[in-house]
Design a protein around this ligand. Structure first.
Ligand SMILES: C[S@@+](CC[C@H](N)C(=O)[O-])C[C@H]1O[C@@H](n2cnc3c(N)ncnc32)[C@H](O)[C@@H]1O
Length: 468
């Protein structure tokens, strides 16, 4: 019956609350309806886009009542672009919903006893907080309905972000409120230069075109890295583009490019060329320097990363004589950040370039009690590894969104370190892992942190102690 609902319009649906992944929930005919682009308190007509036996999904087509918690969205790309999906909800409420999400996931999935979840640590900056953005060049610009219906011809080249669920359509970004500094100018002027010089924008379907991707990374110390990804190896045009950026933006401290003719945009396996400046940028925290190469992961909100690391260090309560494992260490930021307070810190991560940066980060900061290893966690963290190193007193783990592999969780249970500090960017997978760790561990503290205002994403730090 529900499949028949597809494209039908449910009228006057009161929106009740926010569910996972930022969608809101209403009820119709005893079924849950997930609706995007609305806020709790709205009353809307919803066109059903998906009907299943237990739930439906839809999008608003008419608003009868607006929630009192709504605010005016500030970005002209709101509703089209996949980022900042919560900018129509006031920030105080965004924070409450994020905390609620952690609570919901823990109750639904973890099913372990938890102490009260602390109020979320909010971000002072609610715009211009990201230190990294990734823009795509495309010859398939997303056109608005008015543009499609108008008689005018439109240039279809675009530089911006992917439209959600459409791999080849790109919203041509005029201004992005996520990254400050020269980011908006670099993107807009590079696009203008490319259009003026009739350079080809990437055609993702046919995998041809010169300009493929633009990555801009900034630091709180004012450094900027710009990486241009080219889809063709044109030795005449590439220097022309790079020279334009070098001359026009002397503020760029690290200007690189990479030629990528593969089927995907990742460049972990490709060689980057430093065209001007240094091959890295440096972030600073409590006087420590962190070197970030083009292939390294670094938390994308530097100010909130500092808050996150302080909470992690506080939860670990190090006295100076502990062996600490920092799993999924990235460029070793947490490892180096806590090293002063530990006997030894061992960081593990699978991106080799990040491990090379982690070692350099220890070196440039004069830190001598860290060791770093590159490898897949489920392979490297084995009995031999433990035999070769002292057993940990504290384990800090900060896995990707997918959480920890079950083999890794089993290893943590076997290691039975007195304390685990689990940092996560996905409370659902964290809750799943906690359900397993619950066999030997109690959850002592739960502290959500907002790294990504205007989105539903939430970071969460949990302290676990070994059951007595
Ligand atoms: C959320 S990041 C944490 C980085 C770091 N703790 C920080 O704060 O900068 C997760 C890291 O896990 C690494 N990673 C993902 N899967 C892995 C695996 N199977 N084995 C080892 N490391 C992995 C990623 O490369 C990434 O650097």
């Amino acid at each position: 019956m529900s499949r028949k609902m597809k494209n039908k319009v449910v009228t006057n649906l009161p929106i009740e609350r926010i569910a996972t992944e930022g969608k809101c929930v209403g009820h119709h005919d005893g079924k849950v309806v997930f609706v995007s682009g609305v806020a709790p308190g709205d009353v809307v007509d919803v066109r059903i886009t998906k009907g299943r036996s237990s739930f439906m999904e839809g999008e608003p087509v008419k608003f009868h009542q607006y929630s009192k918690d709504r605010v005016e969205a500030f970005c002209s790309h709101f509703g089209t672009c996949g980022g900042c999906k919560w900018q129509h909800i006031n920030y105080e409420l965004q924070k409450n919903y994020k905390r609620q999400q952690v609570l919901d996931q823990f109750q639904r999935i973890a099913k372990v006893e938890t102490p009260e979840i602390s109020p979320i640590v909010g971000s002072e900056k609610t715009t211009y907080y990201r230190n990294k953005l990734d823009f795509t060049f495309s010859n398939k610009k997303w056109l608005t309905l008015e543009q499609i219906q108008s008689e005018d011809e439109f240039d279809r080249n675009a530089l911006g972000f992917h439209i959600p669920k459409m791999f080849d359509k790109i919203v041509d970004v005029d201004h992005c409120y996520l990254q400050g500094g020269i980011s908006n100018d670099v993107r807009n002027e590079l696009r203008a230069f490319a259009l003026e010089n009739e350079l080809s924008f990437y055609d993702i379907r046919n995998q041809v075109g010169l300009l493929r991707n633009l990555i801009i990374r900034t630091t709180s110390t004012g450094q900027t890295m710009v990486i241009v990804q080219f889809g063709e190896s044109d030795l005449e045009l590439i220097p022309k583009v790079m020279e334009f950026l070098k001359i026009r933006f002397p503020e760029i401290t690290s200007l690189l490019y990479v030629i990528n003719t593969k089927g995907n945009e990742t460049f972990h396996d490709l060689e980057l060329v430093t065209y001007a400046g240094l091959p890295y940028i440096e972030e600073e925290m409590e006087g420590l320097k962190f070197r970030i190469g083009p292939k390294s992961f670094y938390q994308t909100n530097s100010e909130q990363a500092y808050e996150l690391y302080k909470i992690t260090r506080d939860f670990a309560e190090l006295k100076g004589d502990e062996i600490v494992y920092d799993l999924y260490t990235g460029t070793g930021t947490i490892a180096n950040f806590v090293a002063k307070k530990a006997k030894q810190v061992i960081g593990v991560e699978y991106v080799e370039a990040a491990i090379a940066d982690a070692k350099i980060n220890s070196q440039i900061n004069g830190i001598e009690n860290t060791l770093f290893y590159a490898g897949d966690m489920k392979e490297i963290l084995n009995d031999e590894f433990i035999e070769n190193h002292a057993a940990p007193d504290v384990i800090i783990t900060d896995p990707p969104r997918a959480g920890m592999d079950e083999k890794v969780v089993q290893m943590l249970l076997k290691l039975a370190a007195p304390k685990i500090v689990y940092v996560s960017c996905n409370p659902a997978t964290q809750a799943r892992d906690l359900a397993l760790l619950g066999e030997k561990y109690d959850v002592q503290k739960v502290q959500p942190v907002d790294m990504f205002p205007q989105t539903y994403h939430v970071e969460n730090v949990v302290l676990l102690t070994l059951k007595k």
